[in-house]
Design a protein around this ligand. Structure first.
Ligand SMILES: O=P(O)(O)OC[C@H]1O[C@](O)(COP(=O)(O)O)[C@@H](O)[C@@H]1O
Length: 338
């Protein structure tokens, strides 16, 4: 994959973040998400690639744009054939409510680079490079914490674990706190939290949660690029034995999508099944101010963005601070961001 594509993909996430920002704090997560999807698709279609969305907004019958299997890019002769995993807004609620840590994010790799995971839940355990040999999802969370602390040569009381503040994690949060671990429970956004495990300047030692499978695959690309480790397990979002026929049917669909992709619910997926190569590009632009990147700031027609771009082949992490003259963007993009 041509490494100069990294800058092209940073323009895609910048545009999505600017589109999401337009709807910041307006209370409607679907409008914000729709604008970011539109901006991302517009920009992807300007790049000289033969691209396919492999993690996107949903199946073709559920998503009008950036659906799984959608072809993107100019596809001119000789263009790189790439698979693309997108999350135009990771943190739709945070964007709608004006809360921190929302990002526009994507990962790109050569064909077959990413696990084609259905939109369901995934249990995720992530650590940075120094603890990469210390995780094993077949063990209890408590055992993993002890092993990670040992690998990092830290007392358990010095360990910081990030998770999502969801009722499904109440027991694990209590158990970790009882062990003395410092737990940061965020309202949403496990991609940024996972990446923080691998950032040298971050306090975060481990990320554990049950969150979206698409977000898990996108995180895996960045974690692999940065030399960290992740293990995961697909879990049904809806219970096949659930209390309503709708829930039961939705659970059946999730399981049959897994079967169609040759995946088994509950099976442990190591990092090299989630992201199969180092030759990936990961890009994330902050929409709202966050621990990973700054959010969009805008005064009139001038906006600034911060984008994290990680090139997997070399492991280089770049931060691109851009100043945008919004009224000089192409007319089609102005229609979405202004
Ligand atoms: O909202 P749920 O069902 O708890 O799902 C958790 C997922 O939602 C998020 O918190 C936010 O994702 P979206 O903004 O795309 O909805 C993810 O980071 C996480 O993986």
């Amino acid at each position: 994959m041509n490494r100069t594509l990294a800058i092209e993909f940073s323009r895609v996430v910048e545009a999505a973040a600017l589109a999401g920002y337009k709807w910041l704090g307006r209370g409607d997560k679907n409008i914000a998400d729709g604008a970011a999807v539109e901006a991302m698709r517009l920009m992807l279609n300007k790049i000289d690639i033969d691209g396919e969305i492999v993690i996107g907004e949903g199946e073709i019958d559920e998503a009008p744009m950036l659906y799984i299997g959608e072809k993107v890019g100019t596809n001119i002769a000789g263009a790189d054939a790439v698979d693309i995993a997108v999350d135009p807004i990771e943190g739709t609620r945070m964007t709608a409510m004006g809360q921190s840590n929302a990002v526009a994010v994507l990962a790109v790799g050569e064909q077959g680079a990413f696990l084609k995971a259905p939109d369901m839940y995934m249990e995720k355990l992530v650590v940075g490079p120094d603890a990469k040999d210390a995780i094993d999802l077949s063990l209890s969370l408590e055992d993993n914490i002890r092993n990670v602390a040992k690998a990092l040569n830290k007392d358990i009381r010095e360990l910081t674990v990030v998770t999502l503040a969801k009722p499904r994690h109440d027991e694990q949060i209590k158990a970790m706190q009882a062990m003395g671990v410092r737990v940061f429970a965020l309202p949403d956004g496990d991609v940024a939290a996972s990446i923080l495990c691998c950032m040298p300047e971050s306090d975060v030692d481990m990320m554990y949660c049950i969150g979206g499978a698409p977000e898990g695959v996108i995180s895996a690309a960045a974690i692999r690029a940065m030399g960290g480790n992740m293990q995961a397990r697909l879990l049904a979002r809806h219970d096949v034995k659930g209390d309503t026929p709708e829930n039961r049917a939705a659970g059946e669909i999730e399981i049959s999508r897994c079967q169609a992709l040759g995946l088994v619910v509950g099976e442990i997926l190591p990092l090299d099944r989630l992201a199969k190569t180092d030759n990936v590009i990961f890009a994330a632009t902050g929409i709202t101010k966050g621990d990973l990147v700054e959010g969009v700031q805008r005064k009139g027609n001038i906006a600034t963005t911060e984008t994290l771009v990680i090139s997997g082949k070399s492991g280089t992490i770049r931060r691109i601070k851009s100043t945008h003259m919004l009224n000089r963007k192409s007319a089609d993009l102005q229609n979405i961001i202004l």
